[in-house]
Design a protein around this ligand. Structure first.
Ligand code: PNS
Length: 162
């Protein structure tokens, strides 16, 4: 069975992430979206909320599972016996960092492959960072995130946060 991990902060999940995981689910028997606790970034949403929202957003895709981890991606991949990582590329500017991550992971765990899927043009400008900024300033992110995520953000941050 061909399985892949799609790791990320997903803070919050965007329409670009949803598109990538849908397309990955057609290439692999099973895809696990793995939400990473990234100590370097101040999260908008707690880990369990991010996981719950992704579970809702991918409910209709039977071969997509959702998990979370702390620590190294290579350890999580080894532990789950998965040898392929999926990452989305929106633009050439993403490539440098992604190449570095892929090569680092491959050095740490040589059997781990990274496969890049090109983000659809219509989502190529969307990032979680932009969504966070809009939410923090009280704006509307309906066009950027899955509806379940939008509903949650509206409920929680309707007046913005400082
Ligand atoms: O959504 P993001 O923040 O761009 O995802 C980056 C992520 C979480 C995939 C990356 O930071 C990661 O794999 N973190 C886990 C820690 C790790 O393994 N670091 C070494 C490899 S670069």
């Amino acid at each position: 069975m061909a399985r892949a991990i799609y790791p990320g902060s997903f803070d919050p999940m965007t329409l670009g992430h949803l598109d990538i995981v849908k397309r990955a689910s057609q290439l692999f028997d099973e895809v696990m979206m793995a939400v990473v606790a990234n100590p370097g970034k101040a999260p908008l949403l707690p880990m369990e909320v991010r996981v719950n929202l992704i579970e809702e957003a991918v409910r209709e895709i039977p071969n997509v599972k959702v998990g979370s981890f702390q620590g190294l991606l290579v350890d999580f991949a080894k532990h789950n016996n998965v040898s392929c990582v999926i990452r989305g590329l929106r633009a050439i500017s993403d490539f440098e960092a992604e190449l570095g991550m892929a090569q680092t992971n491959k050095t740490l765990l040589p059997e781990l492959e990274t496969i890049f899927l090109m983000t659809k043009a219509e989502y190529s400008f969307i990032s979680s960072s932009t969504v966070k900024e809009i939410v923090r300033l009280g704006g509307d992110v309906t066009k950027f995130v899955p509806s379940v995520v939008n509903d949650h953000l509206k409920r929680q941050f309707s007046r913005g946060i400082s």
